[in-house]
Each structure stands twice: as C-alpha cells, then as structure tokens.
Ligand binder design. Structure first.
Ligand code: ATP
Ligand code: MG
Length: 414
C-alpha cells in the first residue's frame, strides 16, 4: 500500500507565482532598510526554549499554546522561533554588542507557531522586521514607524492599511493601570473566559488582547490606559504623534491596543486592513525597553516591528510585481541547429536577456508557444543559418524577419 504524502497542516508550498510576490515585498523591505541604516541580521531558526519562554511571557498566546518545542538528541529543550525580536536580543547579548550602540537590524525569514490554520494564518509563515536598539528617544519610534509606512507605500498597499497606535506608558503608569484593570475585571470574573481568568491573576493587561467574544464585550467598558499615564509617558506619546503627523502618516489612536507579547512598554502599533478578513493585521510592533535586561543583558532600550510577508503579499497589486521583461525564444529548426541554439541561448543569457529554448513540438506550435509566452523575438537556427553564421530573427510583434549575427542581434536588442 502506498501512502500519499501531504503538506503538514498549516504549512505552504510557495510556488513560483507566490515567490514573485514574496521576493518583491522582501526586496523592497531590504532596500528601504538599508536606506534607513538597518543592517541585515540572520539569527538561527531555533534557540534554547528559554530565549522565548522567558521573554514573550508565560501567559502570552504564543508561549502558552503556540510554540514548537522539542528535545534534541542531546536532551536540550529547543524552540523553533515564533518571532524575531527575542532572537535578535539574544544575539545582541551573546555577541557582546553593547559597546556599539545604537544598532539597527533588519531580518527576514520563517517563523513557527502552532495555530489554528486558516487563510492568512499558518504554522510556518514568513516575517520581515526591524529592530532599533539603544535609543530611548521617541524619535526612534517615529523613524521606525516611518520605515513601516514607506514600505507599505513602496509595495502599493498603504491606502489599504490603517495605522492604529497606543501607549502602554512607563512602568509606573502601567502598574496603576494594572490595578484598575484588576478591580474592574474582578467584578466581572464570572463572565471571563477561562484563559482570561488565568490572565487576571498573572497579567491582567493581556485580557485586552483576548479574541474571546464574551471577553471582548467586557473589554469595551474597561478602564482606558490614558487616564493612568504619568506626565512623562503622556509627553512621550504626544511626541510620537507629533512626529508622525509632521511626516503626514495617518493614524488612529486605539486605547485598547496592547499587543500579544509581554515585553512592550510605551508605544504599540499595528497596521490593519479590512481586505484580508479576520487576519487583518499586516505589520505590528512597538517599544520594548525592558526586554534585553529581562534576558540578562545590559539595560538597553529598543523599538521595532515585524510584518507578515504572507499577508502583505496577498495585498500587493499585480502591476507592482509583474515586470514586463523582454523575452527571447530560441528555436532550433533541425539537428544541425541544436548545438548552435544552445550556444546562442547561453550567450544571450550571459548578456542579460531572458531567454527560453523551445525544443520540442512542431515548428508551428513552437511559434505559437513563443507568442503565448510573450516573447518579442523568435530566433531560429537551422543548417543554413549555422553555415552562414547567422540567426533568423523573427520580430513577433511586427511579423518581419531578418538574418543577423549574434553580435548584430545583441546590438539591436540593446
Ligand atoms: P494575530 O493577532 O493575527 O495573531 P500577532 O499579534 O500574533 O497576530 P505578531 O506576533 O505581532 O502577530 O506578528 C507580526 C505579524 O506577523 C502579524 O501582524 C502578521 O502579519 C504576521 N503573523 C503572525 N502570526 C502569523 C501566522 N500564524 N501566519 C501568518 N502571518 C502571521
Ligand atoms: Mg497570534
């Protein structure tokens, strides 16, 4: 009996037509990041489990239910990375980079979360992101947000996305808010989901991030963060809003936005779209000043974001990534023409021309195929062309034909 192999649930095969979009998104992000002074970093796809379990928060969805954690053959507990920031922070600490602050990093690669698969939500997905370490000024937040906005603009989707932004304030403000939330949710404890009852004990702010409908109804009337901000936190947030207003980036303050991970402070933000159904968040991030110290490193502020490439790609309009590249079709007419055709195709590719060899089938069919593929010219090589050291060049648009040497052809095409 033979078994038919299937993809593991929640994984994707990215086919050439998918990768055209992925590459486009990634190349724009790469290019912009370099313009902004972010250098590319690549950390391992797996880390010691502690790297994620200690930093993202035991009550976060990611850690409590979503990590792929396993023991390797040496009995080390390892975790496939569910996100990029913790790995970058670990690298910053273990590579001893604290002497060179500030530092700006860009990354891109696969992430793994054991989630319920659906459109836009996978168990292996791709993220690209940026981290700016060592600057505690709100200007760093503004720069990071501007880079995000420039990326969404460059890939042609900014008009489909809305920036939602909030502040969690500093530690003092958050402690006050936390107390208020405990008072409020304790009064409604019987109506909370089981998860949120646990959150109420361990990390009440996390309730605000709940996707449970009963919870959401309670959250709508919960106290709002902004009433608990101290002056310093209030000013920090006001400076960021002033900064992005100055640059013309539209935004909406969403007082219930808290983000799913434990290490955030002050700024949190998400770019959301209504065009992807329930999976509407395409890019998300914020400030994470406590993170590196939490991981045992020197106190180092940080701000950054990550975007899901799967979701971004779904939004990119076709005309953005479909380049109309000229295509040449090389057609050997007989056996004598075959090796010459291989050589010509090779030379044309070396000269930078996208070239396709059409080898099999009747001549008429091959011309039709060349046309269908969008080739501008068909280059025919048979015994007589080989003898004359020429190529029969057929202009498929004009219908005209002329015999040219390879160098004449290249000169003409350029
Ligand atoms: P969500 O609320 O959709 O679960 P999240 O808050 O868990 O998102 P982050 O950890 O902030 O997501 O990750 C940043 C971005 O990565 C998201 O905005 C999204 O675009 C993408 N992303 C997160 N999880 C997935 C997934 N399972 N599949 C595809 N993309 C994802
Ligand atoms: Mg999630």
């Amino acid at each position: 009996m033979s078994t038919k192999f299937q993809r593991v649930r929640g994984t994707r095969d990215l086919l050439p037509e998918d990768n055209v979009k992925f590459r486009f998104v990634e190349s724009m992000a790469h290019k912009l990041s370099l313009l902004y002074g972010y250098g590319e970093i690549e950390t391992p796809i797996f880390e010691f489990s502690e790297v994620f379990h200690r930093t993202l928060g035991e009550t976060s969805d990611v850690v409590s239910k979503e990590t792929y954690t396993f023991s390797d053959r040496g009995n080390e507990s390892l975790t496939l990375r569910p996100e990029g920031t913790a790995g970058v922070a670990r690298a910053f600490i273990s590579e001893g980079m604290a002497q060179n602050l500030p530092l700006k990093f860009y990354y891109s690669g696969p992430m793994f979360r054991y989630e319920r698969p659906q459109k836009g939500r996978y168990r292996q997905f791709q993220q690209l992101g940026v981290e700016c370490l060592g600057i505690d000024s709100p200007l760093a937040d503004v720069e990071s947000l501007t880079l995000a906005w420039d990326l969404l603009t460059a890939i042609g989707i900014a008009d489909k996305c809305q920036l939602e932004i909030n502040t969690l304030g500093d530690a003092e403000s958050r402690a006050k808010y936390r107390d208020a939330l405990v008072v409020y949710f304790s009064q409604h404890q019987d109506k909370l989901s089981a998860d949120s009852k646990t959150r109420l004990e361990k990390n009440p702010m996390r309730i605000l991030d709940s996707k449970d409908e009963g919870d959401r109804a309670l959250i709508a009337n919960a106290p709002e963060m902004h009433n608990f901000l101290n002056d310093a936190s209030r000013k920090f947030f006001a400076d960021i809003l002033k900064g992005i207003e100055n640059l013309g980036i539209p935004y909406k303050v969403n007082q219930k936005l808290v983000r799913g991970l434990d290490y955030y402070c002050h700024t949190v933000f998400e770019f959301v779209t209504t065009e992807l159904g329930a999976q509407g968040t395409v890019l998300a991030g914020g400030r994470y000043d406590p993170l590196i110290e939490m991981m045992g490193g020197p106190k180092t502020p940080g701000v950054g974001w990550a975007a899901g490439i799967d979701r971004l790609s779904d939004l990119v309009p076709a005309e953005k990534y479909q380049k109309q590249e000229a295509l040449l079709a090389v057609i050997p007419a007989d056996e004598a023409g075959e090796s010459a055709a291989l050589k010509v195709a090779h030379q044309l590719r070396l000269a930078g021309f996208k070239t396709e060899m059409l080898i099999s089938g009747k001549m008429g069919k091959r011309f039709q195929k060349a046309d269908k593929m969008g080739a501008t010219h068909a280059l025919v090589l048979g015994e007589s062309e080989v003898a004359a050291q020429k190529i029969a060049v057929k202009d498929l648009k004009a219908g005209s034909q002329e015999n040219l040497s390879l160098s004449e052809l290249i000169a003409k095409l350029k």
